[in-house]
Design a protein around this ligand. Sequence first.
Ligand SMILES: Cc1ncc(C[n+]2csc(CCOP(=O)(O)OP(=O)(O)O)c2C)c(N)n1
Ligand SMILES: [Mg+2]
Length: 567
Amino acid sequence: MSNKRGNATNGAEAMVRLLDAHGVRHIFGLCGDTTLPFYDALYRLDHGMQHILTRDERCAGYMADAYARVTRRVGVCEGPSGGGATYILPGVIEANDSSVPVLSITSDVSVSSIGRYPLTELDQDALFKPLTKWNGVINSAERLPNMVRTAFRAMTTGRPGAAHLGLPYDIQKADVNADDLWAQPEFGTYPAWPTAPHIPAIEDAIDAILKAKNPVMICGGGAILAGGEAALQAFVETLNITVATTVSGQGTMSDSHPNCLGVVGSNGGVPATRAVIDEADLVVFVGCRAGSVTTERWRSPKTSTKIVHIDSDPMVISASYRTEVGVVSDIKLAFEALNVALAQLDVSKVDFGGDKRIAKAKGIKFKAFEELAASNETPIRPERVIADLNAVLPSDAIIVADPGTPCPYFSAFYKTPHSGRHFITNRAHGALGFALGASVGAQMGRPSSKVISVMGDGSFGFTVGELETVTRYNLPIMFIVFSNSVFGWIKAGQKTGFDERYYSVDFNRTDHAAVAQAFGVKSWKVEDPADLKRVFKEAADHDGPTLVDIISQPLQDANAPVSEWIA
Ligand SMILES: Cc1ncc(C[n+]2csc(CCOP(=O)(O)OP(=O)(O)O)c2C)c(N)n1
Ligand SMILES: [Mg+2]
């Protein structure tokens, strides 16, 4: 700090100091001219943060998202004004609508040049407004510290979400009062300052559940976001209640727990699991929006089913179902309160028989799966890939899945032996090209776990350039590509909904293994199912990035656990 400026620091330095003070340890991003003072401050100052240079701002956003999901910290991504800001949007909206705290910082043209056609001028305030929980372009240096703190407060309190800060070039060079560079320490992780439930609502919820004959819980991503798995499991075991999850709710309970039915809904549900929902006389939605995919377009559960809904965001409760009891609360605190209330009652004779119902439904589901998984057909069936991978991967592996073949197949059939965050996908918007970038964030956030990124060949084409980042950091991620030369999910929609009028969905086969090899990734192409297990094992044991290119059955011909192609 120069003496002339007294107790002042410049805006770029202030941003670095404030991120550091909020506990940020990794920043994912890509350089640009309007960002130069910020990079220079990162270079010069002494701080505890590592910058990960990405090759595309989209992937920087996805990295920050998956990083936040596995670490419970705020994920930070950054990019430059103009094109950088527009390229970062997919990551911001996915995080926001998946309730993941991601801060996106984009540099901006100087405030003093606005309106005079500077290169990359853009109304960033307007651009990010519908995509974030909170956003603002910092158009005065004096306001910088408070705006950074506000962004962190918005991201981590209540329902978590994304925030955006625009950082103009001249603000990065302007003086900021160094005394104002403080952070509220709670806002580096989430959920910050979680809200406890209103106790009469908890009592009403218990009352409704105990009056039911066959209650079922459907858990969205909220339980894991809140770290509520253990409290929820205690409640479930006391009553032997059935627990289903959404795609995002995977990991709420271990897949081997007798009360865990697994994923329901149009993407990963099967008729046997849907029947369990349809037979329920009461459904408890937990940290779940009860959207079109989970409820198969609001058909399962039926709208006449009695509903209890627990969520930290009051806006989702009763959005689609008339609700008997609504509980607004952090999920962990809600189940802790439910457990306290249950302990005051004599429920020793209550047994909803969830384990038996689940054993029956899962028996039917996995019998059909295992028959197909044993198939030696070519092109290789997705069922075979899931089964062989499940047999080989360590129990703490993290699966990061793209839309297309990966999401429904892994959601339905991959079994994770532990509760917690072991499955990541972009269920809010399902944009292709998520898994490659997201796996980098997951691996950076949890270096002790094996991360598996499962992609469609359509998704691979979106983000292949990011393999360079993977090799630069020598991340031991295992990539799997379902190579079927088609935008299969859409072709399946044309097959089932448009009388097989296939139009503009097929593309040429890429040699993904050769492409990966060129980036320096050890890779295999597998056409014979008999080779899968051996190759998976070799890849899992390799101390660096690997890619397995699997010539696989096109999704439109497969027996996919999907009931609606148009969600
Ligand atoms: C960015 C983006 N564009 C378009 C879509 C619509 N879409 C959903 S699934 C899908 C096809 C996926 O193809 P691929 O990745 O090859 O997986 P497959 O279905 O063949 O397994 C498309 C185009 C999307 N989800 N995201
Ligand atoms: Mg494909």
